[in-house]
Write a protein that binds this ligand. Structure first.
Ligand code: AMP
Length: 411
């Protein structure tokens, strides 16, 4: 038997309806905040992702990369940001549209991870990006959007963690100090972290090994070494978030899985999932990425979240759209029922056929299985008189209605 690849999910009904409902709810929310829908390709030239930072786990170990005919290297997107930024640069949006350019997206993302609950090789990635504005109020807006959305779909209680990664003025100097500290304790670090000390010391903060954590716990903190513009930006973000009623917690370890972040990073966690998968979503500022991808210097901020994790922690998202009517047809050949069903659907009424060609009793049982509100019973005598019987499946009450006014009576 052929099976789906490891780490992928078949979204069968009713779960498929829940995923759909979550995406629609997010789209409505993002629009309410002034974000517009964007679609970018599921695969990009590999170099788009390489420019995100070659020392991150995602880029180094988790990308699905393949060679296209003609030798071009392509990669299935591991998240939404890079493609949006590439499109922003490619279409010269910074020069021809009002900024900030605020967009949202939803679609599959691919990472070759070890699958477990809440961690998959293909997941449904949703998010927003706002490009062209360095105001801390925009950071506050995206945090508020993510927190409000997750709360509205019943994913709480939520922990909001924040940090600042500094910028090109303060971070390089800090990294020198941080590396020098780690070098004094190299023999206590795992092999991977020893390598990170050389390539990308801040990544050691992501390591889950308890010994590495105790070394980095005692290390100097970037958030204590911010230059004054970064400090002022971070303070404004924290105050702004609090003004909107969200309690945040400073987490100096929060460097997140990407190297492109500058200044604000944030993550929304839940206690309802294992710690390796407890981040429902997160994001931050990436003021250097547009330039890294060949555009003019353009500050930007955004977040992403995985639909699967959110659906794991909320029971409130219901994707089942109930049927209004089920058509029971006991006429010869069933054409009358087909016509009535088509007319109901054209009038916008959710309706289906109940067990075509079977006995009246079997068709009525099928109506209940379909969860319809009413059964529309189409019999030869009624059709001859231009009427149908409409049975309320909750109360059992039945009345005769003219076919011409059926749709209006059900809407
Ligand atoms: P990241 O792009 O790594 O900051 O991830 C943002 C969010 O995407 C996470 O908080 C998760 O909700 C979701 N996510 C990332 N990777 C996966 C995965 N492998 N499986 C499911 N969800 C994921």
């Amino acid at each position: 038997m052929v099976q789906a690849p490891k780490g992928t999910i078949d979204w069968l009904p009713p779960e498929g309806g829940r995923l759909d409902a979550l995406e629609s709810a997010f789209a409505a929310f993002a629009r309410r905040f002034g974000y517009r829908r964007v679609f970018t390709p599921v695969f990009e030239h590999t170099e788009v992702f390489l420019r995100l930072g070659e020392a991150t786990d995602i880029v180094k170990k988790e990308m699905y990369t393949f060679e296209d005919k003609g030798g071009k290297m392509l990669t299935l997107r591991p998240g939404g940001t890079a493609g949006v930024v590439r499109a922003f640069v490619e279409h010269g949006i910074g020069r021809r549209e009002p900024l900030p350019w605020k967009v949202f997206y939803a679609g599959p993302a691919f990472r070759r991870e070890n699958p477990q609950k809440g961690r998959y090789r293909e997941h449904c990635h949703l998010g927003v990006e706002a490009l062209g504005d360095d105001s801390p109020q925009l950071d506050v807006e995206v945090v508020d959007l993510l927190m409000s959305f997750l709360t509205s779909v019943g994913a709480g209680p939520l922990d909001l963690l924040v940090n600042s990664m500094g910028d090109g003025a303060c971070r390089p100097e800090f990294v020198i100090e941080f590396r020098a500290y780690l070098e004094t304790r190299l023999d206590e670090l795992c092999d991977e972290c020893r390598e990170r000390v050389r390539t990308n010391p801040l990544r050691t903060l992501d390591c889950k090994s308890p010994t590495c954590r105790s070394v980095t716990d005692a290390a100097p903190k970037l958030v204590d070494h911010l230059c004054s513009p970064c400090r002022a930006h971070f303070d404004s973000v924290c105050e702004g978030v609090e003004d909107l009623g969200w309690r945040s917690r400073l987490e100096p370890r929060l460097v997140r899985g990407q190297d492109y972040y500058t200044r604000t990073t944030f993550e929304v966690q839940t206690a309802a999932l294992e710690s390796a998968q407890n981040a429902l979503g997160g994001g931050g500022r990436y003021d250097g990425l547009v330039e890294d991808l060949g555009g003019d210097p353009t500050p930007a901020v955004g977040f992403g979240f995985g639909a699967e994790r959110v659906l794991l922690v909320t029971a409130e998202v219901d994707g089942e759209a109930p049927l209004t009517a089920a058509v029971v047809d006991v006429t010869e050949g069933g054409r009358s029922g087909t016509r009535i069903l088509a007319a109901l659907r054209r009038a916008g009424i959710a309706s289906d056929a109940a067990g075509r060609g079977r006995s009246l009793k079997a068709q009525l049982r099928a109506c209940e299985r379909l969860g319809a509100r009413v059964a529309v019973i189409v019999g030869p005598d009624e059709v001859a008189r231009g009427v149908v019987q409409v049975k309320n499946l909750t109360t059992g009450e039945q009345r005769e209605i003219a076919i011409d006014s059926l749709a209006a009576s059900l809407s």
